[in-house]
Design a protein around this ligand. Structure first.
Ligand SMILES: Cc1ncc(COP(=O)(O)O)c(C=O)c1O
Length: 372
């Protein structure tokens, strides 16, 4: 059986390979010696949900497995319709794929070009940036403001100067856990330069608590040049099932659709359908559990006068007061795996929110390394 540990060992061997999948590359960057990890490692490195898939999804998958010899092509129209409607969208406004990664990937491919750059903030989620570079597209990085929020004026200005492009904005941003406010979002949408598309990555949208926070889906309904991506990997706890979607005007979806890989796994699809049909129970419960554990961690950090960026996602960016690589290499040996480095925020450590027990272990190990 390929355990997480044996997989990690193989990953170490694969380090030399020049062409790695994004998440493998991210794991490598964490600078962890994957060959010698404690068996009971607490994984706080990939913003996963410790609650796992909802029980209704597990039951749906178990019932589906014996029929997985078939593609089930004929069912997908209905499945995609259920997914679209669960967020108030029409099927022609949605492209469902393998995680939100597929829609992000296609959006970058279609809406950047040799003359239209990808424009974003630094740091942010690396996938769109690295894909654009791999495709030979120019990437323009803008600085965050002092409060770690995206400077929407700088993003619009960069698009104006480039005579158009694709602006990628992750909200809340990975890795800062900071939001772009509804006012800033409204300003950016109203001031998008010509030939510019706005790609809003809402992977962590469900975890935001502040009233200043808002989804960009209404702009899709208004027919703006906006693409929103959503995922079932985070609050729904199904990262390994690989389902997400991109939402946009039907003509934008039609431009993206030819680049789709194929239908998604029927097992994953049925898991997602079961989950969205029970969303009114699943989401509030998970949101509350996360907010509680996140508040506990923030209170503990405040108590110890350790600085952090006020979080609105299921992870916290902690200021270590010195290079966070020291923590990234020391903590796994003590049983806790934190996130990878996110330059230029070299003193910051990204930590996913796990269970209450995971976070107790985190506090113990982090404090040991912090104290030196
Ligand atoms: C901001 C952001 N967007 C997208 C993804 C990709 O997730 P998935 O393909 O599982 O939806 C991740 C994964 O961690 C992420 O952090």
């Amino acid at each position: 059986m390929l355990t997480r540990r044996s997989f990690a060992t193989r990953l170490g061997a694969a380090a030399a390979a020049s062409c790695m999948l994004p998440e493998m590359a991210y794991a490598q960057r964490a600078a962890v010696n994957f060959t010698d990890l404690p068996k009971d490692m607490v994984w706080l490195n990939a913003n996963e949900n410790p609650a796992g898939p909802p029980q209704v999804s597990i039951s749906a998958m178990q019932a589906t497995l014996p029929t997985a010899n078939r593609y089930h092509y004929q069912e997908f129209h209905g499945i995609y319709e259920v997914i679209a409607r669960s967020d108030g969208l029409a099927p022609e406004q949605v492209l469902v794929g393998a995680g939100s990664s597929e829609a992000l990937h296609i959006a970058v491919d279609v809406f950047t070009s040799p003359t239209r750059p990808l424009i974003t903030v630094a740091p942010t989620y690396e996938l769109p940036v690295e894909l654009a570079r791999a495709l030979g597209r120019r990437v323009v990085l803008t600085n965050l403001r002092d409060d770690y929020t995206a400077d929407v004026h700088a993003l619009a200005q960069a698009a104006e100067q480039s005579h158009g492009g694709l602006i990628y904005l992750c909200n809340p941003n990975n890795p800062t856990s900071a939001i772009t406010t509804r006012q800033d979002l409204a300003w950016l949408v109203a001031n998008l330069p010509a030939n510019t598309t706005l790609l809003l990555d809402e992977a962590y949208i469900h975890f935001g608590e502040t009233p200043e926070f808002a989804s960009a889906l209404p702009y899709v309904h208004q027919g703006r040049d906006v693409i929103v991506t959503r995922t079932y990997s985070k609050i729904y706890g199904m990262a390994g099932l690989r389902v997400g979607y991109g939402a946009a005007r039907p003509d934008i979806i039609a431009r993206m659709a030819p680049l789709r890989i194929n239908v998604i796994s029927i097992v994953s699809a049925r898991a997602v359908v079961a989950a969205v049909e029970d969303a009114s129970n699943i989401l509030p419960e998970r949101r509350a559990a996360l907010a509680h554990t996140r508040r506990e961690l923030c209170a503990w950090l405040l108590d110890r006068k350790v600085k952090f960026i006020p979080p609105q996602a299921n992870f916290v960016m902690i200021d270590c007061g010195r290079d966070s690589r020291e923590f990234i290499s020391a903590m796994p040996k003590l049983g806790v795996a934190p996130g990878r480095p996110f330059p230029p925020l070299t003193n910051m450590l990204r930590v996913s929110i796990g269970t209450g027990r995971d976070m107790a272990k985190f506090r113990e190990v982090f404090w040991k390394v912090y104290k030196g």
